[in-house]
Design a protein around this ligand. Sequence first.
Ligand code: FES
Ligand SMILES: [Fe+2]
Length: 420
Amino acid sequence: MLTEAENRFFTEVSAGTPMGEYLRRHWHPIAPIAELDERSTKPVRLLGEDLVLYRDRSGTYGLIDRLCPHRRVDLSYGIPEEDGLRCMYHGWMFDETGQCVEQPFEETVHPDGRFKEKVKVTAYPVEPKAGLLWAYLGPAPAPLVPNWEPFTHDDGFVDVCITVLPCNWFQAQENSIDPVHAEWLHAYWAQQLSVDTIFGKPPSHIKIGADAFDYGMIYRRVVQGSSEEDENWLKGRVCLFPYALFIGHTYACHFEWRVPIDDENTLSVMWFLNRVAPGHEPPKQPSIPYWYGEVYDEDGRFRTSHVVNQDIVAWAGQGRIADRTKETLGESDKGVIMLRRMLKEQAALVAEGKDPMSVVRDPVANESLHLPVHDFFGTIAVGPGAGNTAHIPFQHGEPEEAIAAINDVIATWKDAKPAS
Ligand code: FES
Ligand SMILES: [Fe+2]
């Protein structure tokens, strides 16, 4: 149970709050690159700030204040020009540093005037990586966008799922260190709902553990029929700081980032990689496709058919901001308790002017940041769903073309043998 002040500590994301400052030391995935290929501006709300993401005609990305400083219109309707974003109302133009670089009528009336030099809006750096655009809202110098090892693989099919979650980011992230929920939410409940489950028969948890590693935490489990010699205990699974889950196998993996939009909303960004078996050609991907995940069904109820939809029912069901003054934690929450303790330590580091965990500044290390993956060869030939012969999407709404491409990739493993 937390006090009200402690609950605010973890859930408030605006600048000047402890978590707001902590989160501002990290890069945030905010949009698929392919989305900006289709339309060059996108309204973005990130950590409580209203911004516009754009790509100008020279290919430079910018993330600047949403509202024009002249008379406050919405620049997500602005016009991308060769070197900046032009406001569609009176033509003022801004570059990616936020500097006003053109004021057409002002410059006509006062050719020698220097008014535009005095006009500058908030602007944040943007970098492309792994099919996503990443933004950094913290103090300079910005660290590196983490180059996780799966981003370096070019032997698979990648797709991205974006979803707006109607709840605070921390509810989703506490789930990243909560092994026992899988037994109930994704196995037992899924069976009751008669939906395909990637977990098969519910295995009872016998033992769970959590510990720190370089980029966050590892959670471990022993379930009925397994032991501490199994990868679920030896390697565990990854709760990546500041706010991601990483599930990795040698043949497939995915990240789930829970990017805070504001205190009451979260952008779920999921990145999936399905690799072909050695010796097979991966599908050609000129750009990384993306899809928007659906949260509600036709009746306005939460969808429950897929793993992440089941998670969303749990997270959003806790309310926009879970009232942790009324919770009752037990043995299954040891990871959650440790996560909260570690985040307090991380926020304290930031307050002292130090880098928190998972901030990367060494370019050599960043050539490939290793995360634990399971070999788990036994399920390779049947894809992510043990006992299933075809791809089961993690969330409702994955396009048919992506499912077909992933099934082609899974089929390459049919006759594969373990490396040893
Ligand atoms: S409101 Fe943007 S130029 Fe006037
Ligand atoms: Fe889950």
